[in-house]
Design a protein around this ligand. Structure first.
Ligand SMILES: [Zn+2]
Length: 234
């Protein structure tokens, strides 16, 4: 085997190790996005429930205030009733009181109807807020763990990259460039074996002439079909 090809095989082992290490963390961004989306949805539900609860509370208070105003008005009208001068005015005031009381009772009913919903809505909002807080905690835990994984992975990659420098030493730059390009574009397999006359990268037949060159070991031979650098499997 050509000595440079032997070196490239070792280099490829190192490069494949780097690829494999990086694969450990390659799914993290997608996983993070998925979890963030879930959290956003839970946050949205919690915000909506809080809004509904707050609105019911405000509506209740507004109606309660309206009932109180009606009561005051009735009180004033009753006082006026004592000072009326004639029957017509008396009847008119009575009629007015009836009208205010009727409206007051209607508002009171509405107010009580809303009051029945405020506690359940408040409980629902609290449960949703609790669920959102728990989910946020889980998400933050995931972020911390993901970051820890990334750092650990980069540490290991750094170590292997250091080793790569030694392994790549002595390989002619042009050959190294060809190798790098092939490694990047041929699915992390730039150097591959020939078995029973076939390139194991693309499974095409290797010519007799190339097989002879490979046996001679004096030149670097590339596959005619996939351009991968070849060696004979013994
Ligand atoms: Zn090939």
């Amino acid at each position: 085997m050509h000595p440079n090809v032997k070196k490239l095989i070792d280099l490829q082992t190192v490069d494949q190790e780097i690829v494999s290490l990086r694969r450990d963390t390659s799914s993290l961004p997608a996983e993070e996005a998925k979890r963030k989306k879930k959290l956003d949805e839970i946050d949205k539900v919690a915000a909506e429930k809080k809004d509904r609860s707050t609105k019911a509370e405000l509506d209740y208070r507004a109606l309660e205030k309206a009932v109180k105003q009606s009561d005051d008005e009735v009180k004033k009208l009753n006082e006026r009733l004592n000072g009326v001068k004639n029957n017509a005015e008396y009847q008119a005031t009575l009629f007015q009181i009836e009208s205010v009381v009727r409206e007051r009772d209607r508002v009171q009913d509405e107010c009580l109807r809303i009051l029945e919903t405020t506690d359940p809505l408040k409980a629902e909002a609290a449960a949703a807020a609790q669920a959102a807080a728990e989910e946020r905690k889980v998400f933050e835990g995931f972020l911390t763990e993901a970051q820890r994984l990334r750092i650990a992975c980069e540490e290991r990659v750094k170590g292997v990259v250091e080793k790569r420098k030694f392994v790549a030493e002595g390989i002619p730059p042009e050959l190294l460039g060809t190798y790098d390009r092939l490694f990047a574009t041929r699915d992390s397999l730039a150097v591959c074996a020939v078995e029973r006359g076939h390139c194991q990268g693309c499974y095409n037949k290797v010519t007799t002439n190339d097989t002879a060159k490979l046996m001679g070991g004096a030149t670097v031979v590339s596959c005619d079909s996939c351009q991968r650098i070849l060696y004979l499997q013994r």
